[in-house]
Design a protein around this ligand. Structure first.
Ligand SMILES: Cc1cc2nc3c(=O)[nH]c(=O)nc-3n(C[C@H](O)[C@H](O)[C@H](O)COP(=O)(O)O)c2cc1C
Length: 250
């Protein structure tokens, strides 16, 4: 496999290797992509101001966040269904988190069970919760995360309804996926991905393979409110993080 030296290298290889449906799920943005473009521009416009004649031979970016010590001031965002990219991708990220001593975000819809991921990440894992329906089912996940040893819970609130993502819609991307003629052709034209995925079994929403746990990605999350937040705060004994706050009044 060709070496990856930049984000652009990784993207080019992924585009070649992955079925279109999977590539568009990972790479696609909402609407016409103007939010994505604005975010990329904002990041690109950040400048670092170096100072000269300062002894920087010893550098330390370590930080303490929410009661844990990390070696770098960033972590791995929670991402659903990573194993769509390749079998074992979730575990690779978990081991990377352990090796680099950075936090691993474990998605509600991770493709490896939360218990396994926190173990591989040597405890450096935060569980990400999607509210859904009336929020009752989610409390079971919260208890389970606590039992699994998670001490940080991230509540994602910026997706009250699954957004309109034209690139996913065009490919007929659903979870679990439906395989019609278009998807069949897509998989047939990406045989390396298809054979390795076939050999390892179809990626699943692993936290919901246990009896009593169900999840519908398209179910409304619109009923989350401050009342639910208070219930969650009462139920969860650890640190609670809200993901997706973008307004000053909030
Ligand atoms: C493929 C993919 C899957 C994601 N799945 C989740 C998820 O399950 N839960 C969640 O809270 N955020 C999810 N996100 C959002 C990321 O956690 C993150 O907030 C977002 O990608 C913004 O960071 P970025 O600009 O570095 O991409 C996902 C993002 C991607 C690209």
């Amino acid at each position: 496999m060709a070496a990856i030296h930049s984000y652009a290298d990784a993207r080019r290889l992924a585009r070649r290797h992955l079925p279109w449906m999977v590539f568009d799920y990972i790479d696609g943005a909402a609407g016409a992509g103007s939010g994505e473009a604005a975010n990329l521009a904002a990041l690109r416009d950040i400048r670092l101001q170096p100072r000269v004649l300062v002894d920087v031979s010893r550098r330390d970016l370590g930080v303490s966040v929410l009661g844990q010590d990390f070696r770098l001031p960033f972590g791995i965002s929670p991402m659903g269904m990573c194993n769509l990219a390749r079998p074992g991708a979730d575990l690779m990220l978990a081991r990377l988190a352990a090796r680099l001593r950075i936090p691993l975000g474990v998605s509600t819809v991770a493709s490896t069970a939360m218990e396994r991921l926190i173990e591989e990440a040597e405890g450096l894992a935060w569980f990400q919760l999607y509210f859904s329906g009336d929020g009752r089912g989610t409390m079971k996940l919260v208890d389970r995360a606590n039992e699994a040893g998670y001490r940080v819970l991230i509540l994602t609130l910026d997706v009250p309804e699954v957004g309109l993502r034209p690139r996913e819609l065009r490919r007929g991307f659903t979870m679990p996926f439906h395989i019609g003629p278009a998807q069949f052709l897509d998989f047939a034209l990406h045989p390396a991905w298809s054979l390795s995925t076939l050999a390892h079994g179809r990626p699943e929403m692993a936290n919901f393979q246990k009896p009593g746990f169900t999840f519908d990605r398209t179910e409304s999350r619109a009923r989350a409110d401050w009342d639910y937040f208070r219930q969650l705060r009462d139920r969860w004994p650890g640190k609670l993080v809200v993901k997706g706050v973008t307004s000053v009044p909030d």
